[in-house]
Design a protein around this ligand. Structure first.
Ligand SMILES: Cc1cc2nc3c(=O)[nH]c(=O)nc-3n(C[C@H](O)[C@H](O)[C@H](O)COP(=O)(O)OP(=O)(O)OC[C@H]3O[C@@H](n4cnc5c(N)ncnc54)[C@H](O)[C@@H]3O)c2cc1C
Length: 439
């Protein structure tokens, strides 16, 4: 089994870690990798160090990308874990099917979607990705097992949201969702401050199949938390087409000086005014609605060489105004140039013991890495944990172990199942080591 050494990072390009990589060509090779220290990696879209093995080989799943079967009557798809959501959309949209839950990028794999139990703009209606996973194959040192809500249930619950640390996910069976066409019917509503932003997200009158708000996190004072609320639903149309290839690419790192609170503040203000004007319902293609950044390849170079961090947390609805208000005040007074932040509403938690979603509001913000950024994030952790909230591990690059255990009350239960599945500590990521998840 050939390996090579390389410096590896996640989408935020921080931290950079020396790693040993392997790229199996055949599905059956997973069984052998599961006999030794290893960790699966999909498209590397987790922002930090989640997809890097701490003590063995990082196993790239990009060649394990076979679509095995698709029933166009029932919408049940079987595929290898390295298949991307983009490839699935290309195969099924013309037949009138779509992903039941999709994150803000379609360049992730089925394995990554299960391991992070990803959420979309429809979480408060349908829950997270795991709800639609009918079953998956999990390779551990003891062999392969089929996991579902009725088979090998502890392994299933520990693997959904378990960030790759229970073993290597192989084949996956997923239930897709019917759509009338690739069109969306969308409407935007501007909100002048945080209270209005949260009220729109919770209002029955403005509810829709999908909802999201883009918050200007550099606005302060009376405008703190102002946003553009966006609602959308699948719409009728003559036909359905799959994704188109990205036309734009950011070929170089943008110099860090170009991103400062003035340039970013001007961008945020312009966005707020421009998008906030679209108050009449309009039709658009599914791509700009679901995947606004996928149209620009390598957009993470916008943050320059030092990279960036994303901070995403969820907090219960009752605490949302106080918690998000304090977070936004801390960010806007820090002078850090943060682009628009994304606000979504979550429904009930899913089956995964470490799944991120819990009922409430979630906010995600990008921050370029510079002096003071990590100290600011430590202050945000204290605010979030004081309101019984939690940080999303798929976006994390810097949380510490005591914060993690305070935020995830089911950690000890997950650790007990993990010890049964992986008694020799083979599947440990750099994130898991940093957060002492596999003691
Ligand atoms: C622009 C952008 C927008 C995003 N928007 C959202 C969003 O709206 N909602 C959301 O929930 N997430 C979002 N994410 C995060 C992303 O969906 C997750 O990090 C996802 O896990 C990435 O999948 P991947 O295939 O790139 O996995 P990687 O980043 O390669 O790995 C992520 C984790 O999955 C594990 N893993 C991967 N494959 C396997 C496998 N075969 N077996 C076992 N474990 C495996 C890895 O070990 C690692 O712990 C976004 C990310 C980006 C870059």
């Amino acid at each position: 089994m050939r390996t090579k050494s390389a410096e590896l990072s996640g989408w935020g390009r921080y931290p950079q870690v020396d790693a040993t990589l392997a790229r199996p060509e055949q599905y059956r090779e997973l069984a052998a990798w599961a006999q030794q220290a290893s960790l699966a990696r999909g498209m590397g879209r987790a922002y930090g160090d989640a997809a890097i093995s701490a003590n063995g080989t990082t196993v790239l799943t990009e060649r394990l990308d076979r679509l095995l079967s698709f029933d166009a009557d029932t919408g049940v798809l079987r595929a290898e874990a390295g298949v991307t959501l983009d490839a699935i959309l290309r195969a099924v949209m013309a037949k009138g099917w779509f992903l039941p839950v999709t994150p803000g990028t379609r360049y992730i794999t089925l394995g990554g979607a299960i391991a992070a139990d990803v959420h979309g703009k429809n979480h408060h209606h349908v829950g997270s990705f795991g709800r639609f996973v009918r079953s998956f194959e999990l390779f551990t040192a003891a062999g392969a097992m089929t996991c579902s809500s009725s088979q090998n249930v502890p392994a299933y619950q520990a693997t959904l949201g378990g960030m790759g640390m229970t073993g290597l996910i192989g084949e996956v069976e997923l239930q897709l969702k019917r759509i009338p066409s690739s069109n969306m019917l969308v409407q935007h509503v501007p909100a002048a401050n945080l209270r209005e932003s949260l009220a729109l997200m919770s209002s029955a009158e403005h509810d829709d199949e999908y909802t999201v708000s883009w918050i200007d996190c550099l606005a302060s004072g009376a405008k703190l938390g102002r946003s553009v609320f966006m609602r959308g639903q699948h719409a009728d149309g003559a036909h359905a087409h799959g994704p188109r290839d990205a036309k734009l690419s950011l070929p170089i790192n943008v110099p860090s000086a170009a991103l400062n609170r003035y340039s970013v503040g001007a961008f945020n203000a312009l966005y707020y005014r421009w998008e906030g004007r679209k108050t009449k319902p309009f039709r658009c293609d599914f791509e700009p609605f679901f995947y606004p950044l996928d149209g620009i390849k390598q957009w993470h170079r916008l943050y320059g060489k030092p990279g960036f961090v994303q901070y995403q947390f969820v907090v219960g609805e009752a605490a949302a105004e106080a918690c998000i208000g304090d977070v936004l005040k801390a960010v806007s007074s820090s002078g850090n140039a943060s682009f628009l932040a994304v606000l979504k509403r979550f429904g009930e938690a899913g089956d995964g013991l470490l799944s991120f979603p819990q009922a409430g509001m979630t906010l995600a913000l990008d921050l370029p890495l510079r002096a003071g950024t990590l100290a600011l994030l430590d202050r945000l952790d204290a605010i979030v944990v004081a309101h019984a909230g939690r940080v999303y591990l798929a976006k994390d690059a810097r949380l510490n172990a005591s914060m993690m255990s305070a935020m995830y009350p089911q950690l000890a239960e997950w650790q007990a199942i993990r010890r049964e599945l992986d008694p020799d500590g083979l599947f440990v990521s750099a994130l898991g080591q940093r957060l002492e998840m596999a003691p």
